[in-house]
Write a protein that binds this ligand. Structure first.
Ligand code: DGL
Length: 277
């Protein structure tokens, strides 16, 4: 059997390391599938870039994942989901790959988030791009019109995580600053979404500055459950995804640098290849 032909991994894309926090949970939920991760580390962070740039970069990476056999790609990046997903789904896919699918992380999160909050006051921590897009406000309003949403943009958090600086004292200044700024927007907030897939890597640091009654939610498990449900509802897509329980990684930057941090974040040994853009 020609292995090349049967290799149809589920693509998982992020600007850098953050999507690994989602992939880790997806692999647990759907261990039998093949996965192909692409981190655009050479051009991260995306969170402070314009709509056009995020769209261009994301589309380019999605096309690379398609070229490598992916029939289904998950944008495991809130910034790309907020700024590029809709255009890719509505404008690009019908032209370049009408049979393939691209999904994001904001929709599965907002579909269920209202169920977590008793006070119906929810906070969102995200990149400037995600926050300014207003995607969380719009999507949560659709599913939970009675929920009030407060947002805080944290422009320094992804650079600190990408540069492995989170455990240094300087990082605490920026973490405290934004957590406190969010909490001053309403004393009724009882649930906070980590609306950036990089942020689970600093969960414990964020918790230090939160009252004990506030729950902090990462998207990994939510997105993994959403994907499982999607594959169940779409057997025509599910049947195309190959199942050899493998995972492979590509980075647009140096593999040796990616592998060191990625192994830490993913919890298993990562050996990536370089993808030339
Ligand atoms: N992980 C991306 C997200 O979820 C980070 C974006 C960035 O590169 O700034 O938004």
């Amino acid at each position: 059997m020609n292995k090349e032909k049967t290799y149809k991994p589920i693509g998982i894309f992020d600007s850098g390391f953050g999507g690994l926090t989602v992939m880790k949970e997806i692999v647990k939920e759907l261990p039998e599938y093949d996965f192909l991760y692409l981190g655009d580390n050479a051009r991260a962070p995306y969170g402070t870039r314009s709509f056009e740039t995020v769209y261009d970069y994301t589309l380019e990476c999605v096309k690379h994942l398609f070229d490598k056999g992916c029939e289904l790609v998950i944008l495991a990046c809130n910034t790309a989901s907020a700024k590029a997903l809709r255009t890719i789904q509505q404008k690009d896919l019908p032209l370049i790959a009408p049979e393939k699918r691209v999904l994001g992380v904001i929709r599965p999160t907002t579909e269920i988030i209202g169920n977590y909050s008793k006070t119906k006051h929810i906070g969102v921590l995200g990149t400037p791009g995600t926050v300014s897009s207003g995607s969380y406000l719009v999507e949560i309003e659709k599913f939970f019109p009675d929920v009030k949403v407060y947002q805080e943009a944290c422009p320094m958090w992804v650079p600190l995580i990408e540069n492995n600086e989170c455990d240094n004292a300087g990082a605490d200044y920026f973490i405290k600053k934004h957590v406190e700024a969010l909490m001053t927007k309403s004393d009724k907030i009882d649930t906070i979404i980590l609306g950036c897939t990089h942020y689970p890597l600093i969960t414990e640091k964020i918790k230090q500055y939160l009252p004990a009654n506030v729950q902090l939610l990462s998207q990994g498990k939510i997105v993994a459950a959403g994907l499982k449900n999607y594959l169940f509802r779409h057997p025509e897509i599910e049947i195309k995804c190959s199942k050899n329980a493998s995972f492979n990684f590509y980075t647009t930057d140096l593999p040796e640098i990616f592998d060191k941090a990625a192994t830490l974040f993913f919890g298993k040994e990562v050996k990536s290849k370089h993808l030339q853009l």
